[in-house]
Design a protein around this ligand. Structure first.
Ligand SMILES: Cc1cc2nc3c(=O)[nH]c(=O)nc-3n(C[C@H](O)[C@H](O)[C@H](O)COP(=O)(O)O)c2cc1C
Length: 238
């Protein structure tokens, strides 16, 4: 594939085949992504890789937590507070989930949600349908590999930027070899749960997950949200 073809072929894939990715291939992708630029070459990121039994156990624990959280969400207020404090469902990630987007970004997020749920035939008011789709994040969309990206907590923005560049390199490296990916900020919500499975150094904070595998022909994978035009992207001269 040419670079242009790789860029155009990458898309967020939310349904994967039951087909393993060889360890040697995962290693190749990571080696490719390590070529990424970073601020003064500090490379303030690390990864943790879940495959096989670790992947299974982690997906099970995360989906159970998600199910409990959804149950608590539907309870009446006083009970809701007690259950969330004692039910182990409160987010335990390293970063606070912030879905409160500024107006301009919110409009795009809404469009994206509409497009995704529309593709799946989930109606606007079908909360359970949306929850079922959200739950799939914690099953890693059936991907055989989940890569967790940690950034150095002491270099906030700079490491987040470097980590993002690394993540994109990884996604493109995967695409170029016929694999598919989906970045998953959602799994960082219960980052404390993820940490239990790996020897993560204290300074490293979970920022994002990445499901990796071979795309299935599920309809969800046909969804392609629109991108802005170059004109919309660029500020005008003052
Ligand atoms: C940092 C980051 C986090 C994301 N987290 C999720 C997620 O938790 N679940 C999900 O289904 N998609 C997630 N996505 C995928 C985006 O929704 C997707 O990139 C966007 O809709 C554009 O679609 P495209 O990737 O197919 O171009 C994430 C993407 C990025 C870059």
């Amino acid at each position: 594939m040419t670079f242009d073809e790789v860029l155009k072929a990458r898309r967020s894939t939310r349904a994967f085949l039951d087909k393993d990715v060889p360890d040697s291939l995962i290693k190749e992708l990571l080696a490719d992504a390590l070529r990424s630029p970073s601020s003064t070459n500090t490379q303030g990121y690390r990864v943790a890789i879940a495959t096989g039994a670790t992947r299974e156990k982690l997906a099970e624990e995360l989906t159970q937590t998600y199910d409990r959280a959804m149950k608590v969400k539907k309870q009446a207020l006083p009970l809701k507070i007690v259950s969330s404090v004692f039910g182990g469902v409160l987010p335990n990630g390293d970063f606070k989930a912030d879905l409160d987007y500024p107006k301009e970004m919110k409009a795009r997020a809404i469009e994206c949600g509409k497009g995704l749920y529309g593709t799946l035939g989930i109606e606007r008011h079908d909360r359970e349908g949306r929850e079922r789709q959200m739950r799939k994040n914690f099953e890693f969309f059936n991907a055989p590999v989940e890569i967790f990206l940690f950034i150095h907590g002491k270099k906030g923005v700079s490491s987040a930027l470097d980590g993002g560049i690394f993540l994109q390199s990884l996604m493109l490296a995967a695409t170029s070899r016929g694999l598919a990916t989906c970045a998953q900020a959602s799994v960082a919500l219960w980052g404390g749960t993820v940490r239990k499975y790996f020897e993560v150094e204290e300074d490293y904070k979970l920022i994002c997950g990445l499901s990796l595998g071979y795309a299935s022909d599920d309809i969800v994978n046909t969804f392609q949200p629109e991108k802005r035009s170059v004109e919309e992207l660029c500020f005008k001269l003052s």
